[in-house]
Design a protein around this ligand. Structure first.
Ligand code: ADP
Length: 553
């Protein structure tokens, strides 16, 4: 039989697992893999920095409900990608990172770029391992894909030494591996479902919290059915937005603080009581609040807050089980609870209305988001990055479909906005992808707009340019004016995409329309008034810690 190389076996194994796209940055020793992938007809998206490779791969995986694959070279190339593994780990998103490595046969001798890569990836990965036998490459790839996708998803890492990539074996010696079966969707214990339903029906002020585990589970229809049948108000996590459309009458993101603090029972579905939900603690939640917790991962049940009922299973299936078991759901639409939530939502909308509707020439963030909402398609993907930019995006940008919003999430990692948008657009060709970035956040991976242009991805990047870089460095004193806005649009000119520079509010809408209509990668640089208004936190300790501003409260 014919000889086959390690590089060829990697590509063939990926294709056997249904993978047709890789995100890469070629270099020694992985050039053989990416070139073989291109020759074999795989789509290649080639980046400028490995952090962006890993981030784009995980966004693609999340959006397409598959494993996004990143391929990076050895040593610093691989360590550059580690922050991307960390964001995938924090967000529980599946991805496979393949890192080239120094030669296995020269370990310990000080080989070119010899680095403890498996150890560097391990804390963030469900599986981090070196491939040490060319014959078993199909098994390593199949196992990596299955581990990334099953249970709580997450990143996996395969270390590929140079002599494994270039090594050859006879085809007859290759150990075959099965194609990944569809991801199992376990249901919860029916006895516990009964208990959960009784508790929900007994509650006066129940609240469903929809997290991105439910988005990952594709539980949109089942979540909507539950909300409608049980008439339970809901609040999404940032990336749980859109599982049930933001304009559903029982959507109370606009009364989030009130809803969390006053619920007597919370159904926590595919979300964690981490910092985004203030660890489930009082005063953010009512003391003694009952918790029905739905999670695919049994170890998450009871984390930080004891679960009254823990339902281990896939959100889609468990939502259905609850809805079916609730024989005579209570009517709550006219209840004092829903009315109080509506009043609070209105109060909050009134509080921001002056900013949203401001015609002041120097645009504020709220007004910018209003304009964006008005030009965006209903099924647009929204990617947000930054501090106030991301926080207000969570408040202001609506989502109507699951997995249509991507932001830094639990990781709080700046710089995700550009690569997440690239991975999203690759995974959703033909759909609008709008990536809004604070001027500071844009800096980390802003160079990747070149990647978007080269691959003809019609993403619209917005830089909400309020001079944060300038003020953070204390380079100048005095107020920031539109004339001070750094010209990020000129970066886009250099790379050959469509650019817009907006210094006055009435220029904004036409600029966005031109950008969206251009059909090209576009960058809209919007000078934003840093004094343009911001709602204060209800809980002063959140302001003090500085962290919770990311939640968009
Ligand atoms: P969010 O950022 O939306 O609050 P988190 O990342 O904190 O969400 O939590 C997501 C949770 O969803 C994790 O605990 C994860 O185990 C869980 N999860 C992942 N997939 C599923 C699924 N198919 N069904 C239910 N829960 C899931």
């Amino acid at each position: 039989m014919a000889e086959v190389t390690g590089a060829r076996l990697i590509v063939r194994s990926l294709q056997e697992q249904g993978i047709s796209t890789i995100f890469d940055l070629p270099g020694d020793p992985v050039s053989a893999i990416v070139n073989t992938a291109g020759d074999a007809g795989m789509q290649r998206i080639t980046f400028r920095h490995e952090q962006a490779v890993a981030m784009a791969a995980q966004a693609y995986g999340y959006v397409t409900r598959s494993v996004g694959v990143g391929v990076v070279a050895s040593g610093p190339a691989m360590t550059n990608a580690v922050t991307g593994l960390a964001t995938a780990w924090a967000n529980t998103w599946p991805m496979l990172l393949i890192g080239g490595a120094s030669e296995m046969g020269r370990r310990g001798l000080g080989d070119f770029q010899e680095t403890p890569q498996v150890a560097a990836a391990a804390p963030f990965c469900k599986w981090s391992v070196a491939v040490e036998d060319v014959r078993r490459i199909p098994w390593f790839v199949a196992t990596a894909v299955r581990r990334a996708m099953s249970g709580r998803p997450g990143p996996v890492y395969l270390d590929l030494p140079a002599d494994i990539i270039s090594g050859t074996v006879d085809e007859s010696e290759v150990v075959r591996a099965p194609v990944m079966a569809p991801i199992p969707r376990p249901g919860a214990d029916p006895t516990l479902i009964e208990q959960a339903v009784q508790a929900i029906e007994a509650a006066e002020r129940p609240l469903l919290i929809i997290g991105k585990g439910a988005a990952w589970s594709d539980a949109g229809a089942e979540a909507s059915a539950l909300v409608d049948a049980l008439q339970v108000p809901f609040v999404p996590s940032p990336m749980g937005k859109g599982v049930v459309p933001d304009d559903h009458p029982l959507a109370f993101a606009g009364a989030r603080s009130y809803a969390l603090a006053n619920a007597d029972l919370v159904i926590l579905a595919g979300a964690r009581f981490n910092w985004l939900f203030h660890f489930g603690e009082a005063p953010r939640f009512a003391p003694g609040v009952k918790v029905i917790q739905i999670d695919i991962d049994p170890e998450e049940i009871g984390n930080n807050v004891p679960a009254t009922v823990g339902l281990v299973g896939d959100a889609q299936v468990v939502f259905k089980q609850i809805t079916e078991a609730a024989s005579r759901p209570r009517r709550r639409l006219e209840s004092p609870w829903v009315q109080a939530l509506e009043a609070e939502r209105q109060k909050n909308a009134d509080a921001i209305a002056p900013m949203v509707n401001s015609d002041a020439p120097f645009t504020n963030l709220y007004r910018m988001y209003r304009e964006l909402n008005e030009v965006a398609d209903r099924n647009a993907y929204v990617v947000a990055d930054g501090e106030s930019t991301m926080a207000l995006s969570r408040v202001m940008q609506s989502n109507f479909e699951p997995r249509h919003r991507l932001d830094a999430g639990v990781s709080g990692c700046m710089g995700t906005g550009v690569p997440y948008a690239i991975g999203t657009q690759v995974g959703a060709p033909g759909k609008q992808v709008i990536s809004v970035n604070g001027d500071y956040a844009f800096g980390w991976n802003g160079i990747e707009i070149d990647t978007a242009v080269r691959h003809k991805l019609p993403i619209v990047f917005v830089v909400a340019n309020n001079g944060t870089v300038r003020s953070a460095g204390a380079f100048t004193s005095g107020p920031f004016t539109p004339d001070d806005a750094v010209r990020y649009d000129k970066m886009m000119d250099a790379f050959g995409g469509h650019s817009e520079h907006v210094t006055a509010v009435d220029e904004l809408r036409p600029a966005l329309e031109r950008a969206l209509g251009s059909g090209r990668t576009a960058l809209v640089n919007v000078a934003i008034d840093p004094q343009g208004g911001r709602k204060r936190q209800q809980f002063s300790w959140l302001d003090r810690l500085g962290r919770m501003r990311y939640t968009g409260e």
